[in-house]
Design a protein around this ligand. Structure first.
Ligand SMILES: [Ca+2]
Ligand SMILES: [Ca+2]
Ligand SMILES: [Ca+2]
Length: 336
């Protein structure tokens, strides 16, 4: 099995510096990007897209279960497959072969990052309710990466179409974008039935309860990851990417929620991690939840000719000033 290697610290440091000097320092701008879902070699055409629209996928916060406490930092894993693209002015064009069983191709996203509990408000409630409202900040450190794969599984070659229930096939094929999950992101979750004696089934997705006997607390939330692009394949991403936002924000729509209703809970994550949720998800060690995200992009801002001229003028002024100072010191020294 191919396990994605997290980018080295040195590379991340270099990236951060580059972002400040080239991209974010000059104000990256949100924009449509040109995206070819099967690369230059595949039959699908390049489109100007507003966002990548992922299908509901799986996330797990390790140690995010019953013992979750304010100030705690925990690791979260996320994996999902692309369902389509959103174009402007509105629409989801058909992408031929995307997720076609056996014969097609897929685009999958996997991420690992750390988050810290910045607030946790528990409300006792009555016999049925009892709520907990938790807010997180995405923090640097630990193993941190986000990778998008293109996998032409229909062509053979030993890769696999991803399987949500098994949790397999998400980190194979060809990496077409590598990023680090940066600071500035947030996430939240509101659990609403902590006191209920009988919790709903953990797996209410599809025709089958694949986790008989396992139940879950009920709640919804959202996340908003800001990721910095380390590298990308220009055969797929045909715009100068700087960073992007991958978000599942609509609490009402249940973009983040448990129990699972729109996708089967994964047995294992792409790192090989088996969630430890116990008999009630959210009351054991880990917390596993459904996450339905969209990804929108920021492009490098092209500096205007005027600002470049000003910058050079500024440098010239400093240099001339230093020169004058130096000359003055020399003449002072010669007087003394
Ligand atoms: Ca193509
Ligand atoms: Ca795959
Ligand atoms: Ca199921």
């Amino acid at each position: 099995m191919f396990t994605p290697r997290p980018p080295s610290r040195r590379l991340l440091g270099a990236l951060a510096a580059t972002l400040v000097t080239l991209g974010l320092g000059q104000g990256a701008r949100a924009a449509n990007i040109n995206f070819d879902p099967d690369g230059a070699a595949g039959a699908n055409v390049t489109r100007s897209i507003v966002s990548l629209d992922y299908l509901p996928g799986n996330a797990v916060s390790i140690n995010g279960g019953a013992a979750l406490a304010q100030g705690q930092t925990l690791t979260t894993l996320y994996q999902a497959k692309l369902g389509g693209v959103v174009v402007s002015p509105g629409g989801n064009p058909t992408i031929n072969g995307l997720n076609a069983p056996g014969t097609g191709f897929e685009i999958t996203v996997v991420a690992q990052f750390q988050e810290t509990v910045i607030s946790k408000v528990d409300t006792p409630g009555g016999a049925l309710n009892g709520s907990s409202n938790v807010a997180f900040a995405i923090v640097p450190g630990g193993t941190n990466f986000l990778t998008i794969y293109y996998d032409n599984y229909g062509a053979g070659g030993g890769t696999a179409q991803s399987n949500d229930l098994a949790g397999t096939g998400f980190a194979d094929g060809v990496p077409i974008l590598q990023a680090s999950v940066g600071t500035g992101g947030t996430s939240s979750f509101l659990a609403t039935d902590l006191n209920a004696a009988i919790k709903p089934d953990f797996d209410a997705a599809g025709a089958t309860n694949d986790y008989p006997g396992v139940r879950s607390i009920v709640g919804t939330g959202g996340f908003n990851l800001v990721a910095n692009v380390l590298s990308y394949d220009p055969n797929f991403f045909q715009s100068p990417l700087v960073n992007f936002v991958i978000a599942a924000l609509s609490n009402l729509k249940g973009d983040v929620q448990s129990p699972f209703v729109g996708v089967d809970p994964a047995d294992v994550f792409f790192t090989g991690y088996n969630p430890i949720i116990g008999s009630v998800n959210g009351q054991g060690q880990d917390f596993q939840f459904q996450a339905d995200a969209n990804q929108s992009f920021n492009l490098a801002a092209v500096p205007e000719p005027g600002s470049v001229v000003l910058a050079f003028t500024g440098l010239a002024t400093v240099s001339l000033g230093s020169l004058r100072k130096l000359l003055r010191r020399r003449s002072d020294a010669s007087v003394a």
